[in-house]
Design a binder for this molecule. Structure first.
Ligand code: NAD
Ligand code: GLY
Length: 367
């Protein structure tokens, strides 16, 4: 049986379910009806996802007697901005009538974040159902309620917490994902093992080849495991205020700096996270938190996922300066997620700059 359900629970609320498996988009009408007896399903998707999956979603909803509206946004991070957000909420305003708007976010993390933020703010809160279609969105962005858009000054600078009413992870959609986008998601998949689940690291070490080939049962199992781990973290720290949710940023402070220094051209997000996780585990070893062998194990799994572990086209000092501009930097102190062991992460704010710089230097690609 490939189908799985994971529950996200918060104290004081019912939480929601993440349903995972092939064909899950067929359940969209049921999930919309769970939210409202008189719904208008407003589907937000992007130009690449629409030709693949929009028709079926519309047909399924309309066959169940649910009225639909659609907004197709341009694909890609550069469109995750206030202009796109304004178009989406304006369409909500133009189309809402007697029925209750229920937003359906059909796409990757960009669609999910914009549609989620539009839902969070339209009429001070409109229900949203997340239907992630990238591996990254399945295991990360569709779960946990972080929504938002970028500003020219930085990523995700405007946003809100808005938990979805349901998440439908249709693993069939991952078959059309370009290989590079699949690998982006794999970086986040293995991250969960490194930060909180050593047996999951072992599982991925054993099965990486099959996983890379897109094996359906394996994908469902890995996605379920990641969603369970994310649900556990966000259930304890919904608003990211307790240093619990922060561990999900393992490798991300290095990664955001690398993406920025390279002008968002050389590395996509997952590739930068891969390099960042290699740096963060090197740093953990350098300051004696884990062994060199553990750091080498992290690097081996990243490489097995066909992800990079070296830094190209960036000066170490420039990268370090950029890390200090990270939004997680507080009072001039970098807050880094490091490993105490494989499967256990902690937040550290007392790491010597010289150690960080040495680690970055040692990861610069040699010609
Ligand atoms: P994305 O949404 O840009 O999708 C990547 C590309 O794949 C796009 O071109 C998209 O059109 C295409 N695509 C999507 N699904 C497809 C499919 N099934 N078949 C073929 N093509 C498909 O990128 P992403 O990696 O999914 O998400 C990245 C975004 O997620 C970033 O903006 C990041 O900030 C955000 N994010 C948010 C959270 C959160 O908690 N909210 C967590 C992690 C990342
Ligand atoms: N992706 C980080 C978080 O959800 O907190």
């Amino acid at each position: 049986m490939i189908e799985k359900t994971v529950k996200v629970k918060f104290s004081g609320s019912d939480g929601y379910s993440i349903e995972i498996g092939p064909g899950m988009l067929n359940r969209i009408a049921d999930r919309v009806c769970d939210v409202s007896k008189k719904p208008l399903a407003f589907i937000v998707t992007d130009k690449k996802v629409a030709p693949l999956y929009l028709n079926n979603v519309v047909k399924t909803l309309e066959a169940a007697g649910i009225k639909t509206e659609t907004e197709i946004i341009a694909a890609g991070e550069k469109h995750k901005n206030l202009n796109t957000y304004l178009k989406v909420v304006s369409r909500f305003a133009q189309t809402s009538g007697a029925a209750d708007t229920v937003v359906v976010a059909l796409g990757g993390g960009v669609v999910g974040d914009i549609a989620g933020f539009a839902a969070a703010t339209y009429r001070r809160g409109t229900p949203v159902i997340q239907c992630p279609t990238t591996l990254l969105a399945c295991v990360d962005s569709s779960v946990g309620g972080k929504t938002g858009v970028d500003l020219p000054f930085g990523k995700n600078l405007v946003g809100a917490f808005h938990q979805p009413r349901a998440v439908l992870v249709d693993t069939d959609t991952l078959s059309t994902l370009p290989p590079r986008e699949f690998r982006t998601g794999t970086a986040e998949v293995i991250k969960y093992g490194f930060i909180m689940d050593e047996p999951f690291v072992k599982f991925m070490e054993k099965n990486m080849e099959k996983f890379n080939s897109g094996d359906e049962a394996l994908l469902s199992r890995a996605i379920e495991c990641c969603c369970r781990l994310k649900a556990k973290v966000v259930g304890k720290d919904e608003r990211d205020t307790k240093d619990i949710r922060a561990i999900l940023n393992f490798g991300h402070t290095f990664a955001h700096a690398l993406e920025a220094v390279c002008g968002y051209k050389d590395y996509n997000h997952g590739e930068a996270v891969a390099v960042g996780m290699a740096c963060a585990s090197d740093l953990s070893a350098r300051i004696g938190m884990i062994s060199q062998e553990d750091a080498a194990r992290v690097e081996r799994l990243i490489s097995a996922a066909e992800l990079p572990v070296t830094i190209n086209n960036a000066q170490p000092r420039h990268l370090l300066d950029c890390m200090f501009r990270d939004k997680k930097c507080r009072g001039g102190k970098l807050r880094l997620v490091l490993l105490e062991s494989i499967g256990r992460a902690v937040v550290a704010d007392n790491v010597d700059e010289k150690d960080i710089l040495s680690v970055i230097r040692s990861r610069i690609a040699r010609p």
